[in-house]
Ligand binder design. Structure first.
Ligand code: ADP
Ligand code: MG
Length: 678
């Protein structure tokens, strides 16, 4: 057995339990060792019975005065009762329906009891306390997240076996000795033992500090290795910067931020190491135009470009936009799942022969049989929807092509560095001139009639509107609800107006038709799910109404709102919510106050907490098991520093002293389907 063996090889775990562990995301022994307790039961400082307060959770240490007696209350309720004493007072213990638990308590023996104290008729009581023999040398009991078939005790028992196995392995710390000493961290084994089975509170802290550091250190080291790897070489040598030519052909002038981004990218592409750059900018800040300019330049340098979008809908739009912007001699192709087999085959031929200059597509671009003749630049839009690995696959189709990633999810600046450690970053923090800010209102549903009239007023002027419902795409019944809503509106308030429906489960062809009809103005009011969240660009749409707005995160609402405000007309966003919660009102209020995505991201982070923010792994990061990017910000910096110095000395982590670190990096990044290191 090794650390990466499946847990079923551990004592006490078979196929069946291994399956239960899988539900907790624990497959290997290593993962089990790093499956940390949610909290601990503290038996280290029991209170005196005479000083207990009813209503509080307490720990006492007391003798059982007599073996529990059985009281049958009803057919389905038996209470086992006993009285315990610690010399300062007596307490009644009730155990419901479990003769098994009751039998554990024997007369004249001493135990710890943890539970909520209540005031009974004859003094303090505890019902169904957690019990532990007084001679136990484990003053803390770890509490683990449990699942059906696996309770916390069972998990603790299994981890005990795993720790024993781990302690017998030849020691090889993931954190090199020098780093460990410099940062005053304990050994790996000590940390693992004490995070699960601590003997005092201080030990938990020492263990946690080490494990947080380790996690961030491994993460940073991994990103640095990836980055170095990407720096190997590129065959996409683009000595000439043709972006100026493209830019002067545009009907508008670029903003300062756009110009800076274009210049940075053009400079990157002149070098012989591959670019690895993130453009971060709010919706509508003009990222696509920046990408277009550099793609133009790449093509003029003799290279092909791939442009990857997260959805079919967006791919189609990007293709259309690019086709409009590019001169006729630049050939733009579209490769998505719904292109007919015959057309796909033709296009693949053209890609292979170098007859397609820019290929826009979804993940269909990633299939094995798509081969480029000279792929020089890969652009991915809305990066958070792709894993690091997917990007990697596309890059492998060229010889280390330049990579540009566009993200419309502003994240607090302090965290960018951490999350995108392997990337250079350009921030587009300026909106094109003349863009009117979107007026945003938050109302409850009693305003609906007025909102409907407001929509009609705009439709009558030939403008268009979106109405978004909080529907989970996968949910069968919800989908019907979306359809119902559209139908209801069409048949009642909006009879005589063209109402359309769009949701994620429609066939790509249907979606495309609806979007086309909306873009052509044949649909006035588009009722949809969040599928319209990213990228859709219809400047004539000036109204965004969001039903049950409290169901969405702030950043998501901001993304949705970004679908309007793209033309010259004043745009509006109406958030409908009946929530009475002050917190929710405050959250939604943020949107009414500002249009700045970075400010909103900050507020979102503060209100939801980083756990939620990063919980969805929307940034393509590996799951963090113990570190908290906000709370542990100082550790983030120290770990980053340490990782830099280690990688600076040993770029590929091939020195023997870094062997354990290398293994840890591979382990961490294999969870996120990242390309493996070599
Ligand atoms: P993003 O991709 O960042 O959401 P886009 O590149 O799609 O933004 O730009 C949004 C809209 O603004 C497009 O219609 C685009 O043509 C227009 N646009 C982009 N840059 C400028 C600019 N500097 N001045 C005026 N309009 C611009
Ligand atoms: Mg966009």
């Amino acid at each position: 057995m090794e650390l990466d063996s499946n847990v079923r090889y551990l004592k006490g775990v078979g196929e069946k339990r291994a399956k239960c562990f899988q539900k907790l995301d624990v497959e290997t022994v290593w993962e089990l060792l790093h499956f940390y307790p949610r909290s601990y039961l503290d038996f280290s400082s029991p209170a005196e019975i005479s000083s207990l307060t009813a209503g509080e959770n307490c720990c006492i240490k007391a003798f059982v005065l007599f073996s529990p007696t059985e009281h049958r209350i009803r057919k389905d309720l038996t209470i086992f009762k006993t009285v315990v004493s610690d010399g300062t007072g007596k307490l009644t213990v009730n155990i419901f329906n479990s003769s098994f638990q009751a039998k554990k308590l024997t007369e004249n023996n001493e135990y710890f009891f943890i539970g909520k104290v209540t005031a009974g008729s004859s003094g303090p009581e505890m019902s169904n306390p957690t019990v532990k023999p007084a001679d136990s040398d484990e003053p803390f009991s770890p509490i683990y997240p449990q699942t059906a078939g696996l309770n916390s005790n069972r998990i603790a028992q299994t981890i005990r076996n795993a720790v024993k196995f781990f302690s017998e392995l030849p020691s090889s710390d993931v954190i090199p000795d020098t780093v460990r000493r410099e940062n005053q961290l304990c050994h790996e084994l000590y940390a693992i033992k004490n995070i699960h089975f601590p003997t005092c509170e201080k030990d938990i802290e020492i263990a946690r500090r080490r494990l947080v550091f380790e996690e961030l250190f491994v993460l940073q080291a991994g990103m640095l290795v990836l980055r170095r790897k990407n720096r190997e070489k590129t065959s996409a040598f683009m000595p000439h910067d043709y972006t100026g030519r493209f830019i002067s052909s545009l009907p508008f002038t670029l903003t300062g931020a756009q110009k800076r981004a274009v210049t940075a990218i053009a400079e990157d592409m002149k070098r012989d190491i591959p670019m690895n750059r993130l453009i971060q900018g709010d919706v509508g800040s003009g990222k696509t135009v920046v990408a277009a300019a550099v793609m133009y330049s790449a093509v003029k340098n003799g290279f092909q470009c791939a442009f990857m979008a997260p959805t079919e809908l967006l791919a189609v739009q990007h293709r259309d936009t690019l086709q409009k912007m590019m001169p006729d001699d630049i050939r733009v192709g579209l490769l998505t799942g719904s292109v007919t087999a015959a057309n796909k085959k033709k296009l693949k031929e053209r890609i292979k022969n170098g007859e397609a200059d820019i290929v826009v597509g979804t993940h269909a671009l990633l299939t094995d049989d798509v081969a480029f003749s000279s792929l020089g630049l890969v652009v991915t839009d809305e990066q958070h929807r792709f894993g690091v690995r997917q990007r990697g696959i596309l890059s492998d189709k060229g010889e280390n092509p330049h990579v540009l990633i566009m993200s419309a999810t502003p994240i607090p600046r302090t965290l960018s560095l951490m999350i995108y450690g392997e990337l250079d970053i350009s921030v587009i923090d300026e909106l094109p001139k003349g863009r009117k800010s979107i007026k945003t209102y938050c109302v409850d549903s009693s305003y609906k009639p007025r909102v409907y009239n407001f929509i009609k007023k705009h439709l009558d002027k030939g403008l268009q509107a979106y109405m978004v419902c909080p529907l989970v795409e996968q949910n069968e019944s919800s989908r019907t609800a979306a359809a119902d809503y559209a139908e209801k509106l069409q048949n009642t308030v909006f009879s005589g107006y063209p109402v359309g429906l769009l949701h994620g489960k429609m066939k790509p062809k249907e979606k495309k038709k609806v979007m086309q009809d909306f873009a052509d103005g044949k649909i006035g009011l588009l009722v949809s799910t969040t599928v319209i969240e990213v990228g859709i660009d219809v400047p004539n749409a000036v109204l965004m109404v969001i039903e049950d707005a409290d169901c969405f995160g702030l950043s998501q609402l901001h993304q949705l709102r970004g679908r309007v405000g793209r033309g010259s007309e004043q745009s509006y966003c109406v958030l409908i919510s009946n929530s009475q919660s002050e917190k929710t009102k405050q959250r939604l209020g943020t949107l009414c106050q500002t249009n700045d995505g970075f400010k909103i991201a900050d507020a979102d982070l503060k209100l939801r907490g980083p756990g939620d923010f990063f919980g969805s792994r929307q940034h393509g990061l590996p799951k963090l098991r113990i570190a908290d990017l906000l709370e542990d910000m100082i550790t983030v910096k120290n770990a980053q520093q340490a990782a830099k110095s280690v990688i600076g000395e040993d770029e590929t982590l091939s020195m023997p002293k870094n062997a354990a670190l290398k293994k840890a990096v591979e382990r961490l990044f294999s969870q996120t389907n990242t390309t493996t290191l070599n």
